[in-house]
Design a protein around this ligand. Structure first.
Ligand code: P6P
Length: 327
């Protein structure tokens, strides 16, 4: 499809490739695009914090100002709950899942999301992102937490919105990875990166080396091997998962958030951080591992379960996982 096509047009073209589809998935994504545009507007206003007021404080009109991650959470819930495409949602911001309100029709999908990952970076003007995962469910059946605790390999779709120098919407439905860039002047996401493929190997490695003293031997051995190898390597770490992931997706490389002596399962969450990005990276030809196995094969035990994460170019991930297992 031609560069510059709108995300809505692209979704409709994709839908036509599945004659049996009801259009519910396309409509679900269209609602998600609206939420993304609203959050992008609010995130980009955040730079005016002195004018609009700091989170938890009051703005110049004396109105209470919501924390942006709470705001993003409620924008997604309110935009998605009435469309009739979902039966429930789960969020990094909410302890348990929510069922779609009885006032609204229920659909055959579940949405799991981190509404604003890296939000602590907002006040230093560093890019942040929304990460989402779509699962299938039986419309109308009484929903339980078990409906959300499915291996990432069962995702119907996943993606992220990156609020950076431009706002990008990147997603997969299992038919490649496609990126769209928001043109604020027309209020549309336009196709800018069709069928993204990650380089098989990359020089970039992304890890918080401030945690070196807590690393398990396997992590230390891998990073030392990287630094002493004949291949040039390049350390790049923004501290915002979506930004670090997106850069490595386009340029090649590996992001690592390992388990360590402080936290054996690391910091990142399986359902709404590792799984969605693992689906994306595998569709782009890369890999995502916990160090012990494929991220998408993990059977979740809880909504907010953490997992160690090695994600990026396949050769880099395979080497890191092998070295972790050596020790
Ligand atoms: P650390 C942001 O808080 C976040 O959840 C991810 O976006 C990011 O990759 C990670 O934490 C950074 O964690 O411990 O290196 O500051």
């Amino acid at each position: 499809m031609s560069v510059g096509a709108t995300l809505t047009k692209f979704l409709l073209e994709e839908q036509r490739k599945h004659p049996g589809s009801t259009g519910s998935f396309t409509a679900l994504f269209s609602d998600l695009v609206v939420a993304a545009k609203i959050i992008s507007r609010e995130v980009n206003k955040a730079g005016l914090i002195d004018i609009i007021g700091a989170a938890g404080g009051k703005n110049i009109h004396g109105e209470e100002v919501q924390k942006l991650d709470e705001l993003a959470n409620s924008v997604i819930i309110k935009t998605m709950e009435h469309g009739g495409h979902l039966s429930g949602m789960a969020s990094e911001e909410m302890e348990s899942f929510v069922k779609i309100d009885g006032r609204y029709p229920k659909g055959g999908y579940l949405l799991v999301f981190d509404p604003l990952d890296g939000s602590s970076n907002i006040d230093v003007n560093v890019s942040i992102g929304t990460i989402f995962s779509v699962l299938r469910c039986q419309a109308g059946r009484e929903l339980t937490e078990a409906d959300f605790l499915r291996p990432g390999a069962q995702q119907a779709a996943s993606g992220y919105i990156l609020y950076g120098t431009s706002t990008m919407f990147v997603y997969t439905t299992g038919h490649g990875v496609h990126g769209f860039t928001l043109d604020p002047s027309v209020g549309e996401f336009l196709l800018s990166h069709e069928d993204i493929k990650i380089p098989e190997f990359g020089k970039i490695y992304s890890i918080n080396e401030g945690n070196t003293k807590y690393w398990f031997p396997g992590t230390s051995k891998y990073i030392e091997r990287l630094k002493s190898s004949d291949n040039d390597c390049c350390a790049r770490y923004i501290g915002s998962l979506v930004s670090d992931f997106h850069r490595n997706l386009l340029k090649g490389g590996v992001f690592l958030y390992p388990g360590d002596k402080k936290s054996k399962n690391g910091k990142l969450r399986l359902l709404y951080e590792a799984n969605p990005l693992a689906f994306i990276v595998e569709q782009a030809g890369g890999a995502a591992s916990s160090g012990e196995g494929r991220i998408l094969d993990i059977v979740p035990q809880g909504l907010h379960q953490k997992t160690p994460l090695i994600i990026g170019s396949r050769k880099n991930v395979d080497e890191a996982a092998a070295v972790w297992r050596e020790v």
